[in-house]
Design a protein around this ligand. Sequence first.
Ligand SMILES: O=P(O)(O)OP(=O)(O)OP(=O)(O)OC[C@H]1O[C@@H](n2cnc3c(O)ncnc32)[C@H](O)[C@@H]1O
Ligand SMILES: [Mg+2]
Length: 201
Amino acid sequence: MKKIVIATQNKGKAKDFETMLSPLGYEVLTLRDVAEDMDVEETGVTFEENAILKAEAVADALGIPVISDDSGLEIDALNGEPGVYSARYAGLAKSDDANIDKVLEKLSGVPDSERTARFRCVLAVAAPGQKTETFSGSCEGMILHERRGNHGFGYDPIFFVPEQDKAMAELEPHEKAAISHRGNALRKLQESLPTWMNKQE
Ligand SMILES: O=P(O)(O)OP(=O)(O)OP(=O)(O)OC[C@H]1O[C@@H](n2cnc3c(O)ncnc32)[C@H](O)[C@@H]1O
Ligand SMILES: [Mg+2]
């Protein structure tokens, strides 16, 4: 099986990528497998900047092509928060549970009609000596009043997907992949993926 390195420390993202990439014949490796102690500081103010930072740092360090993912949740009633701060919204300890609690608290009393939100994902693909490319995807939904479902990660239990009439965390992995911000971004990258993965120094 062809191997593909995703420059992430997030196990939930890694699972999403496995669901999407194993049918295409790729084995997914993450930083946990190839560069455990690498932690790229996310100093950018956009998903795109952070995705590029992560992909280029890891591609340069390893000397191979890699994909990175910078993503997050934008809530309209919170002026787009937590946005690029989604992973660390409730503090640097990065707790999905605490992040959800913070969102629910901030939205308490906000009516359904004003709970619109979207997930965004920017994938960057980088290889040594090549110009980095980015691909973006989004997924529209609403913030629920309480958690629903056990699948996925991050904010999935409070993100309602109207088309499925379910919370993101109630969708099976392949169902999430079919409609998610990450799936939508990956479908744009898919065609050029084999070419990218053959780019070596
Ligand atoms: O930077 P890496 O190591 O990839 O891992 P991370 O968790 O820090 O990732 P980001 O910096 O891109 O922050 C993304 C956060 O946005 C949220 N998020 C992104 N995609 C999501 C998804 O599919 N479902 C639920 N929450 C998601 C979740 O809280 C993530 O931690
Ligand atoms: Mg991060």
